[in-house]
Design a binder for this molecule. Structure first.
Ligand SMILES: Cc1ncc(COP(=O)(O)O)c(C=O)c1O
Length: 392
């Protein structure tokens, strides 16, 4: 599965910030990855939802080839058309206002936070976010991330952020006030193990933001671009955010992030307020336009709902048989909890069977397959899970 020499070279050359699974890949297509020995693996992670279109989607490959041969990047000192076209696509398919490009999810969180802080000014220094949420690992993004274990080694963080449990509407109402510049949340908390935030809580956040003059910032970095079925998960929660964060699948595999605002908030950031040398490159945006063309297709979105419902049914079958204690999912964003802390062992055993998943905690396994995955691969995943969980 992995050449021992490569493992040693990696350990000697890279800081040990990742616990990599013991496999390396040399080729991908759709939901399939192949190692150097030619063994096929079913990718049920899509690069943590970065490859919703699947590996090497022909439309993305063609766009990248064409753009790479013409112009890769120029910086933001100049006009380039792909960035304008991708911003138009995002604007017209979401909040209707203008877009700021960056290079990752954490940078999208940073940009949203800066927008909210600038708009709120010194009278509104406070931000309310949800406990267990994940918004990235740079300082602003980490400060929004409601996970003390990730924050503590890096204190002091950006001040003014309060966290409230996702199932505590009274706590949310008490935390938001006239000093709040923004409420930040995911519609489904992904990194912590796929926990949907109740629609009532999302709607309450909208009401509170309106009542107190704060912004509602929705992080769709993992849930967005048809992962949960609709193009954006907020569309089924019955609200419209003021600002939305995007990244991951927006680039079809290339690094890109973005925020989009409603028109009334899209002029807060002015020249000199924020920027990035690489952001909005012709290459990433050409790939992004191709990826969005695929992911915006209602036929694909309907298939995500169907495949997701059938996968969740299969996972619920594992619960019924005592192999798991809970199954959660929205579209093709699913997780199961195990009765014992054996998720790492199960993930390793699944790898041995040729299936890639990840454990978000000692008891939780998360699945984020490319949206183009075949039904047969998903049925096989459930069958292999059944076998593996019976043995770990
Ligand atoms: C909801 C959410 N926000 C932000 C991020 C951070 O994105 P990135 O890793 O591109 O910085 C992630 C990454 O997993 C995420 O799931």
């Amino acid at each position: 599965m992995i050449d021992e020499v490569l493992v040693q070279r990696e350990a000697a050359a890279l800081m040990p910030t990742y616990r990599r699974q013991q496999v390396g890949f040399v080729r991908g297509e759709g939901a399939s990855l192949w190692d150097a020995e030619g063994r096929r693996y079913v990718d049920c992670m899509a690069g943590i939802s970065m490859n919703n279109v699947g590996h090497c989607h022909p439309a993305v490959v063609a766009a990248v080839r064409e753009q790479a041969g013409r112009l890769i990047n120029t910086s933001n000192l100049y006009y380039t058309e792909p960035m304008i076209a991708l911003a138009e696509w995002i604007r017209d398919n979401s909040l209707g206002g203008r877009v700021f490009f960056c290079n990752s999810g954490a940078e999208a969180s940073e940009a949203a936070l800066k927008l909210a802080r600038k708009r709120g000014g010194p009278a509104r220094p406070e931000v309310v976010a949800l406990a267990d949420g994940f918004h990235g690992r740079t300082y602003g993004a980490l400060s929004l991330t409601g996970q003390p274990s990730k924050q503590e080694p890096f204190a002091p963080l950006v001040p003014g952020v309060r966290h409230v449990d996702r199932d505590d509407p009274a706590g949310l109402a008490a935390a938001v006030g006239d000093r709040t510049c923004a409420i930040v949340l995911e519609i489904v908390q992904g990194e912590v193990g796929v926990f949907p935030v109740a629609d009532e809580v999302v709607r309450l956040a909208r009401e509170l933001a309106d009542r107190h003059g704060a912004l509602l910032i929705v992080d769709e970095i993992q849930t967005g671009l048809s992962r949960t079925g609709p193009l954006f998960a907020y569309q089924e929660a019955g609200i419209v955010p003021d600002v939305m964060c995007l990244a991951k699948s927006l680039g079809g595999g290339l690094p890109i992030g973005a925020i989009v605002a409603r028109p009334e908030h899209d002029a807060v950031l002015q020249p000199g307020d924020h920027g990035s040398t690489f952001a909005g490159s012709p290459l990433a945006c050409a790939a992004g336009l191709a990826a969005c063309g695929v992911l915006g297709d209602p036929v694909l979105q309907a298939s995500v709902r169907d495949k997701g419902a059938r996968l969740l049914d299969g996972l619920r079958g594992l619960v019924a048989d005592g192999l798991a204690t809970e199954a959660r999912g929205r579209g093709l964003m699913c997780a199961i909890d195990l009765p014992r802390p054996r998720a790492a062992a199960a993930t390793e055993a699944l790898l041995g069977e040729g299936f890639l998943v990840n454990n978000t905690s000692p008891r939780t396994i998360r699945m984020l397959p490319p949206l183009v995955i075949d039904q047969g691969d998903l049925d096989d995943l459930v069958a292999v899970l059944r076998r593996v969980l019976a043995g770990v």
